[in-house]
Design a binder for this molecule. Structure first.
Ligand SMILES: [Mn+2]
Length: 461
């Protein structure tokens, strides 16, 4: 928990932004894995954490703007709970740590909602992402489960995005704590990336550091020699010389703030000339993008800048050709770089993505592109001081995409297909850091994690 004033101030600002009605915040419950008593590790809802900080299942909360009330609904542990899971502070005391004075039993929530519904009051809630939460909301609001999604409050979504997008100092501190452990994870994992070792062994080296620090992953890590498969979360392949190992992972801090880092390592620790070429292009793209980040700039423009810088490198290598302004405008670079440059980072690794990417990453002045590649951009809008985001360009050789485009002769004026063919066994490279937008530029958060070619090679000495 942070200090109670922080939660109080956040709720006060929310009330001002939303203006009227009643805001309903379902906390997460334990979620069974394969039978009721065998649950996934508990993860509280991020917005619930943001406004109330209480990190345990079975809690729900209301901010009643019209009646100026803040209430946490939940029950104290019973003797039986104490026997199985141990004693716990009284809920009243825990709520006071979040600056909430009123605690009511779980069974009081339905009558409270019934009264509000009878009075025809506006009830605000966010889009639920778990089945259990959809069912709870349906029951409280007297709706069919399928109707719940149509009743979410755009006013509340916008207000929560406004608040959570701009990070306070206490949040930056948490992200940097997660990054300190993440750096140690990479320092343990990178030198393990030797030929003959399995991906899962590299993962184990990283996870040992994570667990020893009492933390868990902020998302399922990607540790793969097939970096061209973006969300590969199996770890059974054996590392071979000549392949790049893409390592994309991050710790989640004690207060549940995420780190998200990617490093790409030549198996065995020595870059061959082809790996050096591609890696240098990606790193240059990332460094130029970071240099250009400042308040008032659209992140879409930063994305296109990274694409342009990398296209130049690919042209020097002979993989692209022609007028690069035109090539990037038409999206030809997306053969190599089909994903977005980055996303917001905070209590969620893709921060607030559950509230709707278009509310988080876009606004009235910038709409989602229809173009292949550019359309995957999670963040496009104008940057503000206090935003924390990832900068993660990559170059990949995806055989299926290559085959399709080549057959269609797509962008044949910009892509040298014969040359690209020679790289189809390459895999991919991505480099990712977490960045805070400051008053006049930006700052890479956390301690430096080796990313220059010499720094990485040195870790294997
Ligand atoms: Mn990321």
């Amino acid at each position: 928990m942070f200090k109670s004033e922080i939660y109080r101030a956040r709720r006060k600002r929310l009330k001002n932004l939303v203006g009227s009605g009643l805001c309903l915040f379902p906390g997460n419950d334990d979620s069974p894995m394969n039978y009721p008593a065998n649950c996934y590790p508990f993860r509280q809802d991020s917005t619930f954490l943001y406004f109330f900080g209480l990190d345990s299942p079975g809690l729900n909360a209301i901010i009643d703007i019209d009646e100026n009330k803040e209430i946490i609904f939940g029950d104290d542990v019973t003797l039986e709970d104490i026997i199985w899971v141990g004693p716990r502070k009284k809920l009243k005391e825990r709520a006071s740590e979040a600056g909430v004075k009123t605690v009511l039993g779980s069974n009081e929530l339905v009558p409270y909602m019934e009264r509000a519904l009878k009075q025809n009051r506006k009830i605000h809630f966010l889009p639920p992402y778990r089945g259990e939460t959809k069912i709870k909301l349906a029951r409280w609001l007297n709706l069919e489960v399928d109707q719940v999604k149509d009743q979410v409050s755009v006013d509340l979504i916008k207000a929560v995005v406004t608040l959570r997008a701009v990070k306070g100092e206490e949040e930056i501190t948490e992200i940097e704590r997660a990054l300190r452990v993440t750096r140690e994870m990479y320092l343990a994992g990178i030198p393990a990336a030797r030929p003959g070792v399995k991906e899962q062994e590299v993962l184990a080296m990283m996870e040992m550091v994570l667990r020893a620090n009492g933390l868990s992953f902020s998302f399922p890590p990607i540790i793969t020699i097939n970096g061209q498969i973006f969300h590969k979360t199996t770890y059974g392949d054996t590392l071979k010389k000549g392949r790049m190992l893409v390592m994309d992972s991050g710790a989640e801090s004690e207060r549940h703030y995420a780190a998200d880092i990617t490093r790409s390592i030549p198996v065995g620790g020595k870059f061959n000339s082809r790996q050096k070429d591609i890696y240098s292009i990606v790193l240059h793209g990332q460094e130029e993008a970071i240099k250009a980040i400042k308040p008032g700039v659209y992140f879409k423009e930063i994305h296109l800048l990274a694409a342009r810088v990398m296209a130049e490198g690919l042209k020097d290598l002979g993989l692209m050709k022609g007028d690069l302004d035109e090539a990037v405008a038409q999206g030809a670079h997306a053969l190599f770089f089909p994903h977005g440059l980055g996303h917001m980072l905070g209590l969620d690794v893709h921060d607030m993505e559950g509230l709707g990417e278009n509310y988080v990453g876009y606004d009235e002045t910038v709409q989602r592109s229809e173009q292949f590649g550019l359309g995957y951009l999670r963040l496009a809008r104008k940057l503000q001081p206090g935003f924390v985001l990832t900068v993660e360009p990559g170059i990949y050789f995806i055989p299926a995409l290559y085959e399709k485009w080549r057959k269609e002769k797509k962008f044949k004026d910009f892509i040298n297909y014969e040359k690209v063919e020679k790289f189809l066994d390459f895999g991919g490279v991505r480099v990712e850091d977490d960045v805070l937008v400051t008053g006049d530029g930006c700052k890479i958060l956390g301690p430096r994690i080796p990313k220059k070619i010499a720094e990485i090679e040195n870790l294997f000495r």
